[in-house]
Write a protein that binds this ligand. Structure first.
Ligand code: AMP
Ligand code: ZN
Length: 475
């Protein structure tokens, strides 16, 4: 069995990964707060942990890995949006969740096995807070429940800070009811349009951190293998999750391995709305970057390094993938290269894995390329968002779609797909499977592809009504 090594942020060493139960490897990743479209930074942990999920499934078997990623659907930013728009909270969170799944799907991310919504685990959160109070790790004050950081000896161990440093460095919310300024909210009172539930501390809602402790416990039990998220969550979110879970369930409980992806920036600068370099994933997709291209750019940098999104990288990725796709459409799945598996097993070295994919391509081992790339979620059987991209382009130029308006990389893909279907049609005719050959003929007609049968074989060209989405629909 492949030996996986992961850098554990908790121990600050790269360790051999030993699952608690090889039949059920459990990974929890902090998911989005759902009030708006995911920006491309939010997509980084999604893509990074998707690759880890794929690797774990490859090594331990797809039925032996459970991946949970939560939706934070109770949060003051959501309340503010509800107030601003007059829409209901449920409406906003439902819509944002469906956008998120759609956008992350376009990046080739598999859906996790579990996608718990915070609002569905309120009783579990209340129970955990009650246990913390009973054990002397939390206290009630003015309708709040607060975690007492001084009661937990290892507070700060993950991020390597002392409570005093934190007070000096952080913008902590000082409140008269807190025993220590670092004490954090487990429960707080709700009024007006704020969502709320009855609790032993009055009508209110949970603080942010308790949901991940309560939901991972409900889904995985007190101990599990991997906990992931962006580096920005290490403090205070993950520090607080550890404090809650370990104070409640014991020092040896909760996640064994902690993994943090570094931040994404754009053209060398931190993404920010005021700099105008802030993009949602949807905006990039709509600008014509197929999801697979975005994914490729993300994976060309190791997750532990800051990653810079640049147009130049995206263009290069587009060219590479279109070359690879053109050669792998019609091939059988070969063998996953050991070098690719070993690179990923070495703390998810996606950069090295991609270098190897280039080598496999240059050796013309297309079947192995297809198999190996799939471990990174690339060159998969769906079109990786390329068809939407083509579609958007044909919509833009409307009736004018003809060969020259499609750029070379797109042509490679269209060509490969058409030629694959033509050879299928030929085979169907030989086998006298007329139903199949007619389906393909009609599909070509619907997609606006003009096919001519000549003595030398079939030739084709794109007609004025060319519609690539119909081409994909020929099954
Ligand atoms: P949020 O919705 O802000 O809680 O973030 C959801 C996820 O996106 C978390 O795992 C964050 O760490 C991650 N994240 C947010 N911004 C960035 C960024 N610029 N680069 C990488 N990851 C990010
Ligand atoms: Zn979390």
């Amino acid at each position: 069995m492949t030996e996986i090594k992961l850098y554990n942020t908790k121990t600050k060493t790269k360790e051999v990964f030993k699952p608690l139960d090889v039949n059920n490897v459990r990974m929890y990743v902090c998911g989005p707060t759902v009030y708006d479209r995911a920006h491309i930074g939010n997509a980084r942990p999604v893509v990074v942990f998707d690759v880890l999920y794929r690797l774990l499934r490859e090594v331990y078997g797809p039925d032996h890995v459970t991946y949970a990623r939560n939706f934070t659907d109770v949060d003051d930013k959501i309340n503010a949006k509800a107030e601003e728009t007059g829409r209901s909270i449920r409406d906003i969170t439902d819509e944002t969740i469906s956008w998120f799944l759609e956008d992350m799907g376009a990046l080739g991310a598999l859906e996790p096995n579990e996608a718990p919504r915070a609002t569905e685990y309120i009783p579990e959160m209340i129970a955990m807070i009650e246990e913390l109070i009973a054990k002397g790790h939390a206290y009630e004050a003015e309708g709040h429940a607060l975690f007492d950081v001084n009661s937990y000896e290892h507070y700060g161990a993950l991020s390597g800070r002392s409570v005093d440093d934190m007070i000096a460095g952080a913008r902590v919310e000082v409140a008269p009811y807190k025993r220590n300024p670092m004490d954090f909210v487990l429960w707080k009172p709700s009024t007006g349009i704020q969502p709320g539930w009855d609790s032993p501390w009055g009508y209110g809602r949970p603080g942010w951190h308790i949901e991940c402790s309560a939901m991972s416990r409900a889904l995985f039990g007190e101990t599990f293998d991997i906990h992931g998220g962006g580096l920005d969550l290490q403090f205070p979110h993950h520090e607080n999750e550890i404090a809650q879970s370990c104070a409640c369930c014991g020092e040896d409980t909760f996640a064994k391995v902690w993994m943090h992806n570094e931040m994404l920036q754009v053209e060398g600068k931190k993404m920010s709305k005021s700099l105008g370099n802030f993009f949602s994933v949807r905006e990039l997709l709509d600008q014509g970057y197929p999801g697979e291209v975005i994914r490729f750019v993300f994976l060309s940098t190791h997750y532990s390094k800051p990653m810079d999104w640049t147009e130049k990288k995206a263009k290069e990725a587009k060219n590479t993938l279109s070359k690879w796709r053109a050669k792998t459409y019609d091939v059988k799945i070969g063998d996953i290269s050991e070098t690719v598996t070993d690179s990923l097993a070495n703390d998810l070295n996606t950069h090295a894995a991609i270098v190897e994919l280039h080598k496999i391509y240059s050796e013309e081992r297309y079947e192995d390329l297809k198999a190996s790339a799939s471990l990174l979620g690339l060159l998969t059987d769906d079109l990786g968002g390329w068809i939407h991209h083509l579609n958007a382009m044909s919509a833009e130029s409307h009736i004018e779609v003809s060969m020259p308006t499609l750029r070379t990389y797109d042509i490679n893909i269209v060509k490969a797909l058409i030629e694959k279907l033509l050879s299928e049609r030929k085979k169907a005719r030989i086998d006298k499977d007329f139903l199949r050959s007619d389906t393909i003929r009609d599909g070509f007609a619907a997609a606006g592809i003009l096919v001519k049968d000549t003595k030398e074989g079939a030739t084709w060209e794109l007609g004025p009504n060319f519609d690539p989405s119909k081409l994909e629909a020929i099954k």
